[in-house]
Design a protein around this ligand. Structure first.
Ligand SMILES: [Ca+2]
Ligand SMILES: [Ca+2]
Ligand SMILES: [Ca+2]
Length: 450
């Protein structure tokens, strides 16, 4: 039975971070439009610190407002967290935590950080006490890396704890299964210190560090670190979740040179008691000229990783290619193909690879995809003198204009798949007798605009 992942593939995600440059710093001067509860919160801030403040909006992550609502004391009601700069102070940022007590917001924490801009806000239960602790990442405008502050609740008050470790990106999650979250901090390689004699080489190469709260010393410990690919320019999407049925970890899609992407995995190996990044130095497996990111594409609760078929990738244009989504089995160090699709980036469509075109569960195919001038030809893969060549054509998908549609030979069995403006998507079964032939019904089912 085919897995039902078509609806999900429609949300097939391109890396959201790629459009980051469009963030308008001009909007920082405008506070959020205050209505209802938000107005009460702003009134409280004004009462406490005056009206002459600039709200700070996180540039990355899931929370992008300057006043963030989240239940951090586990009483079922949201607290408000405001991040702002006081204009007269010129530098630094304030973090004010407000709790609703008897229907009114009151200030329960107020902190000053030297940093001027917020990178990312996240919440995780770092102490296992049921409270979602606030994790705040601060931007840095030199090469020294971003800094992170956590705000924990202890002895009836919030305390701020700044990390010694810097990061390029981070994700929180329960990596070791003890019902407390850890923070995985990722760093890019630093060319500025790589050449410096005094620099600690460990801190100069790209790495991942797992940071865990230690109740005994009331501070954070780095409990493990692992090497990451130093060719990475920017961490794009980081997801914490099930890598397979028995292992949780982080799946990291990153930008490498030439706007290609790759994927790395980092998890805590409980049997060896250490942090591992098993794809380190194997990254070419996941190198792709496509910004498709890892995701749970079939809603089975496990994250699949996109792989661009190397045969297609190596020998043909990259505008149309086979993309497989694989699951990584950490214990066997093997990948299993979960779903596959042909992706055409110029005219923006996908075609789900039917089972009969697949060759085993390791992501091999019986087909080759050829792309030329808006025509994708799907051909039987054949071997000739040790080389892979295109055999007979099975189907072709063409994108033509409405005028060209009128001129089509009526004797040919053309299947109109979709129309989008002047673009008409037409499929043709090239060889009905082929062992790899599929029906018109199957073609219609497998085709989708994205
Ligand atoms: Ca609360
Ligand atoms: Ca844990
Ligand atoms: Ca999945």
């Amino acid at each position: 039975m085919r897995k039902l992942f078509l609806p999900l593939i429609l949300s097939l995600l391109l890396l959201p971070g790629c459009a980051l440059s469009s963030f308008e710093t001009g909007s920082l001067m405008h506070p959020p439009r205050a209505t209802g509860e938000m107005a009460k919160i702003q009134d409280l801030i004004t009462k406490e610190v005056g009206a002459d403040i600039i709200f700070k909006y996180p540039l990355n992550g899931d929370y992008r407002s300057a006043i963030i609502m989240h239940d951090i004391d586990n009483d079922g009601e949201d607290e408000a967290i405001a991040i702002y700069q006081v204009v007269s102070e010129q530098t630094g940022s304030h973090v004010m935590i407000m709790d609703k007590i008897n229907g009114e917001f009151v200030k329960v924490g107020d902190f000053l950080d030297q940093s001027s801009d917020v990178d990312k806000v996240s919440f995780a239960d770092l102490r296992g006490d049921g409270r979602d602790d606030l994790i705040l990442g601060w931007n840095s405008y030199n090469n020294s890396g971003k800094t992170m502050t956590t705000y924990l609740y202890e002895n009836n008050e919030y305390v701020a704890m700044k990390f010694r470790e810097t990061y390029s990106d981070f994700v929180a999650g329960d990596f070791d299964g003890d019902s407390k979250s850890e923070i995985l901090a990722l760093s890019l390689s630093r060319t500025d210190t790589l050449n410096s004699q005094s620099a600690n080489i460990e801190d100069s190469v790209a790495n991942a560090k797992l940071i865990k709260f230690n109740e005994d010393i009331f501070n954070f410990d780095v409990i493990g670190s692992s090497m990451m690919d130093s060719k990475v320019i920017k961490y794009g999407s980081i997801k914490f979740g099930q890598i397979n049925s028995y292992q949780v970890g982080a799946v990291i899609d990153s930008i490498v040179a030439g706007s290609a992407m790759e994927t790395e995995i980092v998890y805590w190996d409980n049997s060896k008691n250490r942090l591992v990044s098993p794809l380190f130095n194997k990254y070419t497996t996941f190198l792709r000229n496509s910004l498709v990111i890892s995701d749970d594409i079939n809603s089975d609760g496990m994250i699949e990783i996109p792989v661009m078929d190397q045969e297609q990738y190596g020998s043909h244009r990259n505008d149309a290619y086979i993309l497989s989504f694989v699951r990584y089995e950490t214990e066997k160090d093997q990948f299993y193909n979960i779903e596959s699709l042909i992706k055409e980036d110029i005219n923006s469509y996908i075609f789900i690879v039917p089972e009969i075109w697949k060759d085993g569960e390791n992501g091999e195919y019986k087909i080759l995809v050829l792309f030329n001038n808006d025509v994708v030809r799907i051909c039987k893969k054949e071997q000739s003198e040790g080389k892979i060549v295109a055999g007979e054509e099975i189907i072709r998908i063409s994108v033509i204009s409405k005028q060209e549609l009128k001129d089509l030979n009526k004797n040919d069995e053309n299947i109109i798949l979709n129309q989008d403006g002047d673009k008409v998507y037409v499929a043709k079964i090239s060889n009905k007798e082929s062992t790899l032939a599929i029906s018109e019904q199957e073609i219609r089912k497998d085709f989708r605009l994205i």
